[in-house]
Design a protein around this ligand. Structure first.
Ligand SMILES: *Cc1c(COP(=O)(O)O)cnc(C)c1O
Length: 434
């Protein structure tokens, strides 16, 4: 049963979150969870299953965050849970080679066009740190180009115009990041190939490569304009630089082989995370064999990890990919998500709201702006006050959306047509009252 506004009580959530604020900065382990940009207190989770969340007060919600991406098969999928139980009996960490790593590595290599060899790490942040060092090691160049509003984890070098988490908190840069570590980070607006060309022209021999979200999720959902990815592929080749797709969010989400499969543009290197861990902490970077052969101990570029390749994490990843590789998966995800975004657009029309929506497979977005969003500057023109009221109204009606206008939304194989209908009915009530 989805709760109604009258029965929605969050007393226990409030108690726990109030206590948490004395124990942990902002009461959370990661900033956006604190609901700063939508106001009000966050709900405290008790349990997740399929497309649903239950909070500590017993309220049920339809979930469109999916633990920020990993839950693409639905939370706590029975096949993943059973496999994890079996793996648990053999121990929680090896710190030595295991056959499970081969299985997941082979699956990743078979799926993702650019990946011939892969290194497992524990988070998307770690994957991006590793791949950047590799890009610099391989080219012998220090500069990189990133795009405004793209997020590549919280390492110093990337905390320049870094999208959602940072945007939400109004910290364009973070204190504590030395100028020397971002000096070599050049930025351009997303979808602006001319700006990239100008940067290469000014720095012809010093740019190691271009790094981007091939479909942006960290300043809301922003797809690449026609020709943008192709343009980046051409210009990086021309200047002897590398192209790196950060598919931590899009990998195994917008297609089994990620954005590179969907758009038919193959980068030199790729980072993964979120979905490949199936809800446990996993990240990975991979790419051309000649480049990956530079990574220690095959080559001189150092990077290591105590828990990397962890047997439980590998197991959750393997089982998740097994579910995703079945025929029809991405058609189902696309269909359900399109029903949602088409429905939201329709509801907005009926209630006189101006929104723009977008969706590819199981990833979607909705901005409170009438214009098509091509980059972070466009995204920032959305009506944030309206988003705030919309978010709260939906939460009260049992719909859990990402607590920021600058985050993409996620669906899963567990979301049903009925879940979408319920979501749209709630959206109609809320949008009528905005
Ligand atoms: C989430 C995300 C990261 C960071 O991953 P963590 O596991 O949170 O460290 C990096 N890049 C992109 C595109 C992401 O969406």
């Amino acid at each position: 049963m989805v709760t109604t506004t009258s029965s929605w009580k969050t007393t226990k959530s409030e108690e726990i979150f109030t206590a948490a604020q004395k124990l942990m900065p902002g009461g959370v382990s990661s900033p956006v969870r604190a609901f700063k940009s939508v106001g009000g207190q966050p709900i405290v989770f008790d349990q997740v299953k399929g497309a649903y969340i239950w909070d500590v007060d017993g309220n049920q919600y339809i979930d469109y965050v999916g633990t920020w991406g990993p839950a693409i098969c639905g939370h706590a999928h029975p096949e993943v849970i059973v496999a994890l139980h079996d793996a648990l009996g053999k121990g929680t960490s090896f710190g030595a080679p295991s056959a499970l790593e081969n299985v997941l590595a082979q699956k990743v290599i078979d799926a993702v066009p650019s990946i011939e060899m892969v290194r497992f790490v524990n988070s998307g942040t770690e994957a991006c740190m590793g791949v950047l060092r590799l890009m610099r090691a391989f080219t012998g160049r220090d500069k990189i180009i990133k795009f405004e509003g793209c997020y590549h984890g919280h390492a110093d070098m990337f905390l320049v115009k870094a999208g959602s988490g940072v945007a939400t908190l109004g910290l364009p840069d973070s204190p504590g990041v030395p100028k020397s570590t971002t000096r070599d980070t050049l930025t351009a607006p997303y979808n602006d190939i001319e700006a990239v060309k100008a940067l290469f022209k000014d720095n012809p021999d010093t740019i190691a490569g271009v790094i981007l979200e091939p479909v942006v999720g960290n300043s809301g959902f922003i797809p690449p304009d026609t020709g943008f990815l192709e343009g980046l592929r051409e210009i990086t080749k021309e200047y002897g630089a590398l192209l790196m797709f950060d598919e931590v969010m899009t990998g195994f989400r917008i297609a089994y082989g990620g954005a590179q499969e969907k758009f038919g543009v193959t980068p030199d290197l790729t980072t993964l995370g979120k979905v490949i861990g199936g809800g446990l902490p996993v990240g990975a970077y991979g790419g051309r064999e000649d480049i990956m052969s530079m990574v220690a101990p095959a080559g001189p570029m150092y990077q290591a990890g105590t828990l990397s390749g962890n047997p439980l994490a590998m197991t959750a990843g393997i089982e998740t990919l097994k579910l995703l590789e079945k025929p029809g998966t991405y058609e189902q995800l696309d269909k359900i998500t399109k029903k949602l975004t088409d429905g939201l657009l329709q509801v907005a029309k009926e209630t006189g709201q101006t929104v723009s929506t977008g969706q590819i497979s199981a990833m979607f977005g909705m901005f409170f702006t009438g214009e098509t969003v091509h980059n972070y500057e466009d995204a920032k023109k959305s009506d944030l006050t309206k988003f705030q009221s919309f978010h709260r109204g939906m939460l009260e009606r049992g719909i859990y959306l990402a607590p920021s206008q600058f985050e993409a939304g996620f669906t899963s194989l567990a979301h049903t047509e009925e879940d979408i209908d319920r979501t749209l009915a709630a959206a109609k009530e809320v949008m009528s009252s905005l």
